[in-house]
Write a protein of this length. Structure first.
Length: 104
């Protein structure tokens, strides 16, 4: 994957999501300057999470839910719960409580 200024910005923002907080794909895209770039966020997570050490598990969908299925769902739920984030049985997180707003 070619690294563009936008993808570099996405990596920077994703790395900044603090422990105990979550962000949505669209939220991160908007913070990086492309409100309709949620799919690019997903591509960055798939291609660079391991290489860049991205906290992929802190990324959820716009409804506050885990988008992965199967083992990925279980792993993400466990990682979020280990950070003190409450996740219901359907994989939903209360965005009012846990959404990161970009503050440090």
């Amino acid at each position: 994957m070619a690294r563009t200024a936008f993808s570099e910005k996405l990596v920077e923002i994703i790395k900044a999501i603090p422990r105990g907080k979550v962000a949505t794909y669209g939220q991160i895209a908007a913070m990086a300057g492309r409100p309709l770039g949620a799919r690019q966020v997903v591509r960055i997570l798939v291609s660079l999470s391991l290489k860049e050490g991205l906290p992929w598990h802190r990324m959820i969908n716009s409804r506050g839910g885990i988008s992965l299925e199967g083992e990925g769902f279980r792993e993400q739920k466990e990682l979020l719960e280990a950070e003190g984030i409450r996740v219901d049985e359907k994989g939903r997180v209360d965005l009012k409580l846990y959404r990161w707003e970009g503050e440090d």
